[in-house]
Design a protein around this ligand. Structure first.
Ligand SMILES: Nc1nc(=O)c2c([nH]1)NC[C@@H]1CN(c3ccc(C(=O)N[C@@H](CCC(=O)O)C(=O)O)cc3)C=[N+]21
Length: 279
């Protein structure tokens, strides 16, 4: 097999941000500065790093970032109160609650407290349902990034067999729905699936959203398949065994430099769009 096309997330991300800079400038003319509130509960260092990256990306584009850090003992009730306050703050256009939250918190209740017009991360039940129907303003960011990469490289989706490995509420499930809405035939594999490789072997498009380093083996990949690795394991290791998968794939996202940077750009894009809708 020839060398695969490397799907360059840094490049896709840069193009998205270049467009956004113009939108931010236009908003400034109207006296509006987009603002994203990020909420980090607890002191998980990896989560803190991601939230910091999101804040920095905002600043570079002229988007305000309002950082809220809460102690790891925070109760659901306290977190809901913080979210409600942000919902009522007209200077805030988007709210991101970093997942995962400590186990004593009802994460679903917290996500669902976010006002739909500020749910730029696509985590609410309503946002999820809108995404399933195909008319969400703000689909969740990693799924949106995966679709943006496929579209940027004009990789066909319609009629293709997409196998999504993982079914989490902000990644595997919503990306499955988005691929289905684009007329892919979608198979979802998960932790209880017997013989995951039997399914991956049939895939034209593989989306890895498992959270296990190097889980998807090169031998599982059908020759010419497109591989999107949304894994973000410790040490910047993806869910796909890269070298093996790259030998068979026609196109593949690296980790780092693939889905991750585009995820952040999607968050910025949704925040700018939320600010635009607020005027
Ligand atoms: N409510 C919520 N929404 C999220 O979107 C969300 C979340 N919670 N929790 C955690 C995951 C993870 N995530 C990443 C975003 C960017 C990179 C990223 O840009 N990674 C760089 C490398 C990062 C580095 O250099 O350390 C890359 O892949 O090139 C990775 C992971 C968003 N998440």
């Amino acid at each position: 097999m020839a060398e695969p096309m490397i799907l360059d997330g840094n490049d896709v991300s840069k193009r998205i941000k270049d467009k956004l800079a113009l939108q931010v400038a236009a908003l400034e003319q109207k006296g509006v500065r987009p603002c994203l509130a990020t909420i980090l509960v607890g002191d998980d260092p990896a989560s803190a790093t991601y939230v910091r990256m999101k804040g920095n990306a905002c600043k570079r584009l002229g988007i305000e970032s309002k950082k809220i850090e809460l102690p790891k003992e925070t109760t659901t009730k306290e977190l809901l109160a913080v979210i409600r306050e942000l919902n009522n703050d007209s200077s805030v256009h988007g709210i991101l609650l970093q997942h995962p939250v400590p186990s004593q918190i009802d994460e679903r209740a917290a996500f669902d407290e976010i006002a739909i017009e500020k749910d730029v991360d696509g985590v609410t039940t309503l946002g999820f349902a809108q995404n399933a129907f195909g008319f969400a303003h703000y689909p969740s960011c990693t799924p949106a990034a995966i679709l943006a990469i496929l579209d940027h490289y004009q990789l066909p989706i319609e009629g293709k067999h997409a196998v999504v490995v993982g079914r989490s509420p902000i990644l595997g499930k919503p990306v499955s729905q988005m691929l289905l809405n684009r007329n892919a035939t979608v198979t979802i594999c998960h932790s209880r699936t017997e013989n995951v490789s039997d399914f991956v072997e049939k895939a034209d498009i593989v989306v890895a959203a498992v959270g296990k380093p190097n889980f998807i083996q090169g031998e599982w990949i059908k020759s010419g398949a497109v591989v999107l690795d949304a894994g973000y394991n410790k040490g910047n290791i993806g869910d796909c065994e890269y070298d093996g998968c790259a030998q068979r794939a026609s196109a593949i996202t690296p980790v780092p430099g693939g889905v991750g940077p585009v995820t952040i750009s999607m968050l910025l894009k949704h925040t700018v769009e939320a600010a635009e809708r607020s005027v």
